[in-house]
Structures are given as C-alpha cells and as structure tokens.
Design a protein around this ligand. Structure first.
Ligand code: NAD
Length: 396
C-alpha cells in the first residue's frame, strides 16, 4: 500500500486524446491511479488501444462507468454532453476534454455549418452547457475541464506573479494555430461544433479567462468575467482564391479555418485571441499578458528550452522533435518534454488531487461554460461582420 488515495480511471475514446491522457495518468504522483480500461464504439480500435497498454476493453459505457471513479471524456465534442451527463448521473467525476460542449446542428442531413442561424446556435450551445452544469450540481461527482493551458507551467507561474504583485491585466493577446487538425471528426460542424475558434482558440481563450479569474479572485474573491465579444472568421483553404501546394490540410467541410476574437471583460480590460489552420512550421501556441506592473509572454509551444540543428532529415528519422513540423532538417525548437510544457501531467495530477481531496479544480465547469459562451457569441458576431455581441452569463 502506498498510503496515497486510490482512484480508478476509465477512458472513453481510443484516439489521440485518449493516448495522451493514458500517458499523463502515469505521471500522477499525488494519487494512486488504477487505469481500469477503455470504451469506444469500434471494437477493433478499442481492443487495439487496450492490448497495446495492457488494460481492459469494455464493450459498453455503462460497464466502464461501473468499474471507474473518474471518467475521461476523450471523444469528439458532439458526444461530450451525453457521456458526461451519464457519468455524473452515476455519481462519477468527469474529466471533459476541450471544447466542453456546443451546437452540432439540428440532426438534418442538409445541415450546413456555414449557413445555420447563429442566434439559435448560441441558444442551443448554452442549453447544452446548462444541462451539464445541472448534471454536476445534482451529482456526487464533479466536472474537471481538461484545458491543459491552465496547468501549463508558464500559465501557473503567471498566476503566481498576478497573485503576489496584485497586477491588473489590461490586455492579453494569444494564439493557437498550426497546419490543420489530424482528427477525421474535425472539419465537419456536426462533430466539432465549429472550426478554428471552437477547436483551437478555446485554448488561449480559456487561459485568458482563467488569468482574469485569478486577478479577480486575488483582489476581491470573485472572478472578472467576459461580457462582450466581436469576431471575424474566414474559410481560406476551401476558398477558390487559395492555391494549394500540399502543406496545409484542406479537407474541411463547413467550418472556418481562421478566427479572430476580441473579448471585453466586465472591468473594461480585453483580450485578442487568434486561431487558425494556416500556420506552417509547427504549433504556434502562446499568450502575452500586459498588466499595470509587468508583462509576460507564455510560450506554450514552441519554446526555446532546447534548439537543435540537423543537417540531414534522415539523421532524426526515429526522433520525435516537436509537434506538427513538416521537416526535421535544419534548426528546430526541439521539445525535451512536450507534455510537461503543455501541462498535461500537471493537469492530471491536479485533477486527481481535486477528486481525492474534494476541492475545486482551477479549471472547473464555470471556466468551461464561460469559454463556450464566448465561442458561440463570437460565431454570432462573425456572422454580422464583427458586431459586438453580449456574452451570456452561464450558470446564472
Ligand atoms: N487538450 C488538447 O490538447 C487536445 C488535443 C487533441 C484533442 N483534444 C480533444 O479531445 C477530444 C477527442 O479528440 P481526438 O483528437 O482524440 O479525436 P480522435 O478522432 O483521435 O478520437 C476520438 C475517439 O472517440 C471515439 N468516439 C466517437 N464517438 C464516441 C462515442 N459516442 N462514445 C465513445 N467514444 C466515441 C472514437 O471512436 C475515437 O476513439 C476532442 O474534444 C478534442 O478537441 C484535446
């Protein structure tokens, strides 16, 4: 016996996020975690995921929930609500991947993410958020929102600086971009609930909302929340003016591949967040924080902890360098421990500590709800060429 609290983890989904959750679970030190197994709809894929890792492949969500204390929701965004609500109803805590939930169409065959009524989208997305908050309120379990940026060491260091200096954040700007998502579900609104804003901007956006929460909490005990948003979107790689040379993913159906979001907070401060599928040279994930007493740049990826020069592609054939670069030749921002910088293991350790000790996580359902409120208010704004739209106050 380790003397540490013991919790059983069940993973839903057997794709990319399931794999990094599995790895991060091995780096939890505060709690003794037993990984009970995995469930996903395709028997062959969940079997392969389980076999490769020596865990059990469950043939139903119910069976996985029965055998677990904490459920990891590592599935396409359109499925998050149903899985989380089911697990919460059974009294389990849920780690829900980003984006929390959203609007995924009306179920009709001819639904088109480019043309639907954005007012209805905002209303439906907020209704989904409210159902998840309600499921949490009436559950013995809780929601832990898997926004790894909140737990990235650079963001947590900035939290400490804000708390100890009493800083007032006046402006933030941040971005998450790369050359296109790998998931086959991404690119169809009915699965992903949006494009670059929903899939990518949520990372720096939640970090910005979190840092204003930290500032408000330090000064007055309550978060400073977003109240208004203006946004623009573009669909570049599917447009007839884009000349494809094969470096950017172009197989999107009905989503935007660029988004710019200007968020105004209740105290008058603001943040500018960019997201796109248009950036070559690897992941471009950062946020800059301008305050009344300091300025910080948080480089999530890349960062300059390590740089390598490789004269010949072939040399690094078996070496992982850094996320989503097209070549390993030449200079590279090689990441010596990418998961550490992106916050995955810190997030998992914090979540399991929260569940074991019964304290609220830094990245909670309120932060998730505010993020979705900003995202769908942004889509409404973008449909009106950037008109300012009020952000619904979720949970009130
Ligand atoms: N935090 C991050 O950095 C990060 C990175 C990548 C993905 N994600 C998020 O993780 C989630 C999953 O993305 P991914 O890249 O792993 O996708 P993926 O396509 O690689 O995997 C999705 C998995 O979900 C399974 N699935 C689909 N519908 C299901 C259902 N109804 N019930 C159970 N399983 C179901 C699929 O079979 C598949 O195994 C998304 O919300 C995505 O935004 C987060």
């Amino acid at each position: 016996m380790s003397g540490r609290p013991h919790l059983r983890a069940g993973i839903v989904g057997s794709g990319f996020a399931a794999a990094f959750h599995y790895e991060a679970l091995h780096r939890v030190y505060r709690v003794d975690v037993e990984i009970t197994g995995v469930f996903s709809p395709n028997a062959e894929k969940r079997g392969a995921f389980a076999n490769d890792r020596g865990i059990t492949a469950f043939d139903s969500l119910a069976a996985l929930i029965d055998a677990s204390d904490v459920i990891h929701v590592c599935t396409p965004p359109s499925t998050h609500e149903e899985i989380a609500v089911t697990a919460l109803a059974a009294g389990r805590s849920c780690i829900v991947e980003k984006p929390f939930t959203g609007f995924f169409g009306d179920g009709s065959k001819d639904f088109d993410g480019r043309t639907f009524d954005r007012e209805a989208g905002l209303r439906e997305a907020m209704a989904s958020v409210q159902r998840m908050l309600e499921a949490e309120r009436t559950s013995a379990g809780s929601i832990l929102y898997a926004e790894n940026w909140v737990y990235a060491p650079a963001i947590q260091k900035e939290r400490e600086i804000i708390e100890k200096t009493g800083a007032q954040i006046v402006w933030m700007h941040g971005e998450e971009s790369h050359s296109g998502s790998h998931s086959p579900y991404y690119g169809k609104w009915e699965h992903s609930g949006g494009g670059s804003i929903m899939g990518k901007a949520v990372h720096p956006l939640t970090a910005a909302l979190y840092l204003k929460k930290v500032e408000g909490r330090a000064r007055s005990g309550r978060p400073i929340r977003p109240v208004a948003v203006s946004a623009r979107t573009h669909a570049v790689t599917t447009s007839d003016w884009f000349r494809d040379e094969g470096h950017l993913r172009t197989s999107y159906t009905d989503i935007e591949d660029y988004g710019a979001v200007h968020v105004v907070f209740e105290d008058g401060s603001f943040a500018d967040i960019f997201a796109s599928e248009l950036v070559l040279g690897g992941v471009h994930n950062w946020i800059e924080v301008c305050t009344n007493n300091h300025r910080t740049v948080c480089n999530i990826n890349p960062n300059s902890a390590m740089q390598t020069y490789n004269p010949k592609e072939e040399n690094f054939r078996d070496i992982y360098v850094v996320e989503k670069t097209g070549t390993k030749q030449g200079w590279a921002f090689t990441s010596p421990d990418e998961e550490w910088f992106t916050g995955y293991q810190h997030e998992m350790n914090a979540f399991y500590s929260s569940v074991a000790d019964g304290h609220e996580p830094e990245s909670d359902s309120r932060l998730a709800a505010d993020t979705i409120a900003v995202v769908y208010a942004a889509y409404l704004s973008a449909a009106q060429w950037g008109r300012e739209v009020a952000v619904p106050q979720a949970g009130e």
